[in-house]
Design a protein around this ligand. Structure first.
Ligand code: GAL
Length: 634
């Protein structure tokens, strides 16, 4: 598969007479893909049942005729205003019970059956009309499920759906009461109709109730997507994708991905650094115009797993965005660097958002490849530079990871329901482990929690894994080396109870966590040899070997065989030391990379990325500021 570039285009935003020139310039820039249509419902169906697809026919003909391949989006993220008159109760309600009103986008509740039917209707019409169109070479369902906090809705439709879901799961209110432990605070129910959604309670709701609601909500996203995919598949053989977002954990992406051919995601490195990353001010300043050196890579690896090997960047930041608290411009070279980084992690395509900056609407301050006056914006030249280099680049693909890291959506929901310490965030925990591995110069594969086969990695890491899935338990004896479980792993039953025997209760490891504590900022637990635990520490004991100890001599990590357990949240240098030691034990070569330098191996080539503003020296090589260096891969 050859790597390719693309862009996101909104023909409905521009006079028709400039479409041919736009298409010509896209081709001239070396772009292959153009994604269109995902917000165009009000132009496709201006009145209920009055369809106008002629303009889209012409847009596809112009773009396709010029040589572009079209990704056609289903427009279901932006129901037109008339939809609300037909379905006044289709809006999601926020946790305070307030409707999330019309006037932006994603104003729908995933549980609303009437809206789902409308979506199936418009998707069916589009699929029927364009399913066999030779220019439509891929499809995108909806747009960024979960963006703007839109998975959880406390609407009547959600309550009804949740009650049905619970009735199917538990069969009787007594079984539900037992599973949730509702004898606590006299929360017992006599019928499923008495059960409400877990919002607006006087103090925290039962975490078991919350977790089931989160599972239910995630399944609504899966079902909503699946309904669209099933319709598309009846009309087209083109691959179907969805564009996921950064650090959205409210639904199980693996389960949505199982119905799709390609996972894609929307990469806005500078926006993400500013608005969704815990980091100190010095880090945010150092990477202000580059984005965090690991955040994009983490999602590249995650979505490669979600897409079972096939993944794209559907939207790549090409200049300043509009939606973060501050929106600095990328340093020269960053657009090119981000693009190559995605390719090095195995992306098949990278599409820039958007072709031309819109002079109207919410995103008028968001850069495109072109300025609003159609002159080139700085990102265009960098996209074109990548396009020029692509024909010489080896085909898409990346090497198998040196290590694997488990990422589990349910764990994110569980620990959000019961953090026990304000800093205990599951994404933050796993991301800290990912970053440590990257600083050690490793290639990382991300695994779902039910990965059935661990034999290809000498080291598998599973911090914070809420409950050990049966599939992974079964895979443990066949692991290729060591599986290191981290703090709070297997700490709960699926019903959200403390298991007996006490955690971690891992096969082949006699160890028991007898007490846990969370630590406020500035407080840490010292370890022997100078490291420390921050945020979280556990008392652990048993007959397993203590392979790391606290300064007071008690165990901090247990086990020396295939299954081990780390009983705390190490700070970054400590974590690197621990992981470096484990790698050495398993013959996995590591290095100590400077804070801004990263690598990714592909078959034949090692890519080096200097995200920093200084020349860096490592192992006899020099890396210019903001640069991509390709070297033969040993
Ligand atoms: C994405 C979204 C696009 C656009 C972009 C702006 O989240 O999919 O439609 O809004 O952000 O950065």
């Amino acid at each position: 598969m050859q790597r390719s570039l693309g862009t996101c285009y909104y023909p409905e935003h521009w006079p028709e007479d400039i479409w041919p020139e736009d298409a010509r310039r896209m081709v001239e820039a070396g772009l292959t893909w153009v994604r269109i249509g995902e917000f165009a419902w009000s132009r496709l169906e201006p009145e209920p049942g009055r369809l106008d697809f002629d303009w889209l026919d012409r847009a596809i003909a112009v773009l396709g005729g010029a040589g572009m391949k079209v990704v056609l989006g289903t427009p279901t993220a932006t129901p037109p205003r008339w939809m609300l008159a037909r379905h006044p109760d289709m809006l999601a309600l926020d946790p305070m019970g307030q409707p999330r009103k019309f006037g932006a986008r994603r104003h729908y509740c995933f549980s609303h059956r009437g809206y789902l039917d409308e979506c199936c209707r418009i998707v069916g019409l589009l699929a029927d009309r364009y399913g066999a169109n030779p220019h439509v070479a891929a499809w995108q369902t909806d747009n960024e499920y979960g963006c703007h906090d839109t998975v959880l809705s406390y609407s009547d439709a959600a309550r009804t759906g949740f009650r049905d879901w619970l009735a199917q799961k538990y069969q009787s209110p007594q079984a539900l009461n037992r599973a949730w432990g509702n004898v606590f605070w006299s929360m017992e129910y006599r019928s499923f109709d008495e059960i409400d959604l877990p919002n607006l309670t006087v103090t925290e709701p039962n975490p078991a109730h919350v977790l089931d609601f989160r599972r239910y909500a995630s399944e609504q996203v899966v079902a909503f997507n699946r309904a669209q995919v099933e319709i598309l598949r009846r009309h087209t053989r083109a691959p179907v994708a969805h564009n996921y977002m950064g650090r959205i954990t409210d639904f199980d992406h693996y389960k949505v991905g199982a119905d799709l051919d390609i996972a894609s995601w929307d990469s806005y490195p500078i926006g993400f650094l500013s608005d969704r990353l815990e980091a100190d001010a010095a880090h945010k300043t150092a990477f202000l115009r580059q984005g965090d050196p690991d955040f994009q890579a983490f999602h590249h690896d995650l979505y490669r797993s979600v897409g079972r090997g096939r993944w794209w960047v559907m939207e790549q930041q090409p200049g300043p965005v509009n939606w973060a608290p501050w929106n600095p411009a990328p340093l020269p070279g960053m657009v090119r660097l981000w693009t190559w980084e995605a390719f090095a992690h195995g992306a098949e395509a990278v599409c820039y958002f958007r072709w031309r900056q819109a002079p109207f609407g919410q995103e008028q301050m968001h850069a495109g490849l072109l300025r609003p006056d159609s002159a080139p914006a700085p990102g265009l030249a960098e996209a074109m530079a990548v396009a020029r280099d692509l024909p010489q680049a080896p085909k898409a693909g990346c090497c198998p990871g040196d290590v694997a890291l488990v990422f589990d959506y349910e764990s994110a929901w569980a620990w959000a329901a019961q953090p026990q310490g304000a800093d205990f965030d599951y994404f933050r925990l796993v991301f800290a482990w990912y970053r440590a591995l990257r600083r050690l110069g490793l290639n990382i594969d991300i695994l779902p929690p039910d990965a059935p086969d661990l034999s290809q990695w000498k080291l598998v890491l599973a911090p914070g894994l809420f409950t050990l899935a049966a599939a992974m338990r079964a895979a443990l004896p066949g692991c290729g080396g060591t599986v290191l479980f981290g703090p709070r792993a297997n700490a709960s039953t699926p019903d959200f109870r403390i298991p007996l025997p006490l955690p971690p209760a891992l096969p082949g490891l006699d160890a028991c966590v007898s007490r846990v504590e969370s630590l406020p900022p500035g407080v840490s637990v010292p370890l022997e040899g100078g490291g420390r635990f921050v945020h979280w520490a556990e008392d652990i004991a048993g007959t397993a070997l203590a392979s790391l100890r606290r300064a007071d001599g008690t165990a901090a990590m247990m086990g020396d065989g295939a299954v081990r357990y780390l009983a705390g949240w190490p700070d970054d240098p400590t974590l690197r030391d621990i992981l470096r030691g484990l790698c050495a034990e398993h013959g996995i070569a590591t290095m100590d990379l400077p804070a801004a330098l990263r690598l990714r191996d592909t078959p034949g080539l090692r890519f080096w990325f200097n995200h920093g503003t200084e020349t860096l020296h490592h192992a006899g090589q020099s890396f210019a500021p903001v640069s991509v260096t390709k070297a033969p891969n040993a």
